[in-house]
Ligand binder design. Structure first.
Ligand code: COA
Length: 292
């Protein structure tokens, strides 16, 4: 039987994604969807590290519905691999991502966006276990800036420009731009950026606490890879728990956060990795972590 969906064989839309744009859409077979995903998102493995690159260069990696779908499915697949310890997420030299796809937004209604379940994709990225390093070169705007802020650490080229220019389009950020940016750089600078469209240079973003490392134009991806390999060499149970504990710092009052940290330390302490790490130090050898 042919796997192509004939236009006359319309069926009830079973998922919100199929109801996208208010009409029934013939979903491509899994293999075809994978091919599209592979084009929009390039994945490269380097031992315990994966490098995931957004690949819509003509649109400066504008985060279309399809690109986000491809990105989230690639990240989820990688996250499920036990041997993978850290993921680098990057774009091109010219743009990490220039924001949501404006053409797509312009032809969508609020209900189209609601049915596209965009929020769930952003939550999926935030809920990944594997530490994520954003490698940012060039434009990192709107949803691009929100995507970078959803990662755990940001490494930036000196060419990087960070901004939330949505008010210039008559809208506001919708994937954490008003919340994460404010927590990262403080109210004064966040409102300056969001209200006026001011872009921060990489150095300004680093001084404000948004970016961890700034490197020369040609070194952005290599530096992010190097950082990812450093993370990958640590105890995998520990890096996941540490990421969870630091995230908690943004959400909970200090007392609760400290309590949470203590409990996660107990959990880390109960891991085989902790025995291995402590013994390896005493035996003056490199630890061999299993992620158990
Ligand atoms: N969505 C869709 N397409 C976008 C895009 C976006 N967010 N950002 C850039 N593009 C497209 C442009 O339309 C252009 O396509 P074209 O060649 O078919 O005309 C292409 O990417 C290159 O962009 P261009 O504007 O020509 O490059 P530039 O170097 O002159 O300017 C930017 C770069 C990033 C300053 C400018 O593209 C821009 O302001 N983009 C929108 C940023 C934004 O508001 N993001 C928030 C979205 S909610």
């Amino acid at each position: 039987m042919s796997r192509r969906c004939a236009p006359w064989r319309r069926r009830r839309p079973s998922t919100p994604r199929e109801r996208w744009n208010g009409h029934v859409r013939c979903l491509a077979p899994a293999t075809a969807r994978r091919a599209v995903a592979e084009e929009l998102v390039l994945v490269e493995r380097d031992g315990p590290v994966a490098v995931v690159r957004l690949n819509r260069p003509q649109q400066l990696n504008a985060l279309s519905d399809e690109l986000m779908e491809a990105l989230v499915s690639a990240l989820r697949e990688l996250d499920a691999e036990p041997s993978l310890r850290c993921i680098v997420l990057g774009g091109s030299e010219r743009a990490f991502a220039a924001g949501a796809d404006i053409a797509e937004l312009a032809r969508s209604s609020a209900i189209d966006l609601y049915y596209a379940r965009r929020v769930e994709r952003w939550d999926a990225i935030r809920n990944l276990w594997t530490p994520l390093v954003a490698a940012v070169s060039g434009y990192c705007l709107g949803g691009g800036c929100e995507l970078a802020m959803s990662c755990d650490v940001i490494v930036a080229s000196e060419t990087a420009r960070f901004g939330q220019p949505e008010t210039g389009l008559g809208i506001i950020p919708g994937a954490g731009g008003t919340q994460r940016l404010t927590r990262a750089v403080g109210k004064a600078l966040a409102l300056d950026m969001i209200l006026s469209g001011r872009l921060l240079t990489a150095r300004e973003a680093q001084a404000a606490g948004l970016v961890a490392r700034v490197v020369a134009r040609e070194a952005w991806l290599d530096e992010a890879r190097r950082l990812a390999h450093d993370v990958a060499a640590k105890g995998p149970v520990a890096t996941r728990l540490a990421k969870e504990a630091v995230d908690r710092a943004f959400e909970a009052p200090l007392g609760l956060g400290l309590e949470y940290e203590r409990r996660l330390l107990n959990l880390a302490f109960a891991s085989e990795d902790a025995r291995e790490g402590l013994n390896a130090f005493l035996e003056k050898r490199k630890p061999e972590f299993e992620g158990r």
